[in-house]
Design a protein around this ligand. Structure first.
Ligand SMILES: N[C@@H](CCC(=O)N[C@@H](CS)C(=O)NCC(=O)O)C(=O)O
Length: 218
């Protein structure tokens, strides 16, 4: 299988973490896409993912799967351990809910801030910007950090007792927050402690220090 991505960017990082957790990296051919040069908005790439974003998984039979949660679900279903999307119906429901919440309240909010209130990916990509909307989303992301801080005061991982896709989504959000220099609020000490713990995982360690600063211009 192939994965179209760009090392150093937050959503591709989510899938790299999944692959490392599940030790599937050797089964994947990575195809780098030039986000600054707007390759992801080219007609050829839009045929692969009409949303024009990374990552995209292409199976050997040509099937294309985008959206990091969908790619994670596919990869997770390939083999048994560790399970990232839940073993029981309850775990599956909780993980899906918390991962979606992490996208809505944190990762995607940081992304909108990046694209609207900073130079983002540069003039070839950011053809419409609305700074006020961007700053509102920055505030939403900060609220999201407080929400997850509250969650992590009550349990060791975002969706419960085990590391899961929901943790990976929050990690993606915090990677993005680091790129746009949005610090974790000092009072979010449970979130900070959890993030420090996450960075000890071999799958995560190298993603947090970006190999390529995605938003050097941000
Ligand atoms: N909902 C998508 C979001 C993907 C996404 O926004 N990817 C970023 C890279 S971190 C991207 O390709 N951005 C390019 C752009 O917005 O122009 C997912 O879960 O995979």
């Amino acid at each position: 299988m192939k994965i179209y991505d760009r090392p150093g960017f937050p959503n591709p990082a989510r899938i790299r973490i999944v692959l490392a957790e599940k030790q599937l990296e050797s089964r994947v051919e990575f195809i780098p896409i030039d986000l600054i040069g707007a390759e992801h908005k080219s007609p050829a790439f839009l045929q692969k993912n009409p949303s024009g974003v990374l990552p995209v998984l292409e199976l050997d039979d040509g099937t294309l799967i985008s959206e990091s949660t969908a790619i994670t679900e596919y990869l997770d279903a390939l083999d048994g351990a560790p399970t990232l999307t839940g073993r029981t119906p309850r775990e599956k429901g909780m993980i899906h809910m918390m991962s979606k919440r992490a996208e809505l309240e944190l990762l995607d909010a940081v992304s909108v801030y990046f694209h609207h209130a900073t130079p983002g990916l540069g003039p070839d990509v950011e053809i419409y910007q609305n700074a006020e909307w961007g700053f509102r989303q920055r505030d939403k992301a900060l609220k999201g950090m407080h929400y997850f801080d509250g969650i992590l005061r009550t349990r060791p991982f975002v969706a419960g007792e085990v590391f899961s896709m929901a943790d990976i989504t929050v990690i993606g959000g915090l990677i993005f927050a680091g790129i746009v220099k949005l610090p974790l609020p000092a009072e979010c000490d449970a979130l900070q402690a959890w993030y420090a713990r996450m960075q000890e995982r071999p799958s995560v360690r190298n993603r947090v220090t970006m190999s390529e600063p995605a938003a050097a211009s941000a």
